[in-house]
Design a protein. Structure first.
Length: 452
């Protein structure tokens, strides 16, 4: 099996053509050329009724990893079609973190049946991982790792690695533990290969080890890994004993998952949507924030209703209501997007939050003055109204400044009170800026109506 061809549109088109005739030999030949990750990608792009048929034709040795690489929706659909013994066979072939993710997707009774089918050692390993919430360090770690006592020699460490290598595919780092079994350092394979076999592990171990507790949020783990350029993150229990490791592939998955989740929430969805979701499920997911947006629109209309007298006396005042509302919303979303991203990636923390927020607000103020000046010129050239241009320009500058302030500060405040900024910032900022911008503009116009 080649197993190294990239999945592209041509493969997908070829597979769709072969599926029309159900040509099993040619389908098997095509699938055998693909990497498990590409097989997962291909199956996700198929119609639901074709997924189980194609999955059954994947080479036996590629099925477990292909299933592990799939998005949750497609994987759950396939698992519903499988027998518990077939699922157990694939769980046995996966590393513990992938196995735990797969079992976690199963209904409780089916999950228990699968765990009784696999070997007792694998079952214990997976059960320990399932005890931890899936979005924590314990939930994404792999239970497989190599630990050597610091009192042993390099030769003894190599023997331990050889024995572990019979069951583990990858050994990126070796953990070093003290006499009490606590994590005290790490050994790279380079250190092992270049050291004299008689040298004590304690003499060459890297003591600057960055470990995380099992309960740490996965997003914090990813931030720590990026900050210190870690390819492997040791996970320890409350006694500092190593219980697992998080490798770079899992850290990258966390970044992708968190980014997708934040984008989904900023766009008005409670959770990331999958192509496998039904129309009803997607609509229900988006509805709460649409209702909040509708409430904000009604509130803005209520504000306008209080200034009908001013609008009736000078109709051209209403021309600029959409401009004020749109520009305030744009500035607010720009500022909030930058701050939410900074909070998610760790670029904004307690140490630099104030300076970053001040900078974002100042940027908003500078842009507000420039946009106000441009709008003043537009009003003067269009309507020949210098005073109205001043009022509209000042209103726009004020609305944009407050929008930058709200968009920058609200995500930080939400984070401090325990609310996910990505979930609540968008609707909150949009509604606040619409109402505030209109109140500033119409209030200022009403106050200066005689002067205009």
């Amino acid at each position: 099996m080649q197993g190294n061809q990239p999945f592209d549109e041509a493969y997908h088109d070829d597979l769709k053509a072969l599926l029309e005739t159900r040509n099993k030999p040619l389908i098997r030949s095509l699938l055998a050329e693909l990497h498990p990750a590409d097989l997962a990608d291909m199956i996700e792009h198929l119609d639901p009724e074709d997924r189980a048929y194609v999955f059954a034709l994947i080479p036996q040795e590629d099925r477990p990893q292909a299933l592990a690489e799939m998005e949750d929706g497609a994987r759950e659909m396939l698992l519903q079609e499988m027998r518990p013994t077939d699922i157990a066979d694939m769980v046995e072939e996966l590393v513990s973190d992938d196995a735990a993710d797969l079992v976690r997707d199963l209904p409780e009774e089916l999950a228990e049946e699968v765990l009784t089918e696999i070997s007792p050692a694998e079952s214990r390993k997976v059960r320990r991982l399932l005890e931890h919430p899936e979005d924590t360090a314990g939930g994404i770690m792999a239970a497989e790792f190599v630990a050597v006592p610091e009192s042993e020699t390099i030769a003894q460490a190599i023997d331990r690695i050889r024995r572990a290598g019979e069951e583990q595919e990858d050994i990126p780092h070796v953990f070093v533990v003290d006499d009490l079994g606590r994590l005290s350092g790490t050994l790279s394979l380079r250190d092992i290969l270049l050291s004299d076999p008689a040298t004590r592990v304690a003499e060459v171990a890297d003591r600057e080890v960055r470990s995380v507790p099992v309960g740490m949020d996965q997003e914090e783990v990813a931030v720590l890994a990026r900050k210190y350029d870690l390819t492997v993150v040791p996970v320890v229990d409350e006694h500092e004993h190593p219980v697992g490791q998080i490798t770079i592939d899992d850290i990258l998955d966390v970044y992708e998952e968190e980014a997708s989740e934040d984008i989904a929430r900023l766009s008005g969805s409670l959770q990331e949507e999958s192509p496998a979701d039904s129309v009803v499920a997607i609509a229900r997911n988006r509805l709460p924030w649409l209702l909040l947006g509708l409430g904000g629109g009604v509130l803005a209309a209520w504000v306008i209703s209080h200034y009908t007298g001013s609008l009736e006396r000078a109709l051209h005042i209403s021309f600029f209501i959409p401009v004020i509302a749109a520009m305030g919303g744009n500035v607010g979303m720009q500022s909030s997007a930058v701050v939410v991203r900074g909070l998610a990636t760790g670029e904004i923390d307690d140490a630099n939050a104030r300076s970053r927020l001040v900078k974002e607000i100042v940027v908003g103020a500078v842009n507000a003055v420039l946009m106000a000046a441009i709008l003043w010129v537009v009003v003067v050239l269009w309507l020949r109204e210098i005073r109205l241009g001043i009022v509209v320009g000042v209103s726009l500058a004020s609305a944009m400044f407050f929008a930058a302030f709200v968009g920058s500060v609200i995500p930080v405040l939400l984070r401090r009170v325990g609310i996910d900024p990505a979930l609540a910032t968008g609707p909150f900022v949009t509604t606040t800026n619409d109402v505030l911008g209109l109140a500033i503009y119409l209030g200022l116009v009403t106050a200066l109506l005689g002067w205009i």
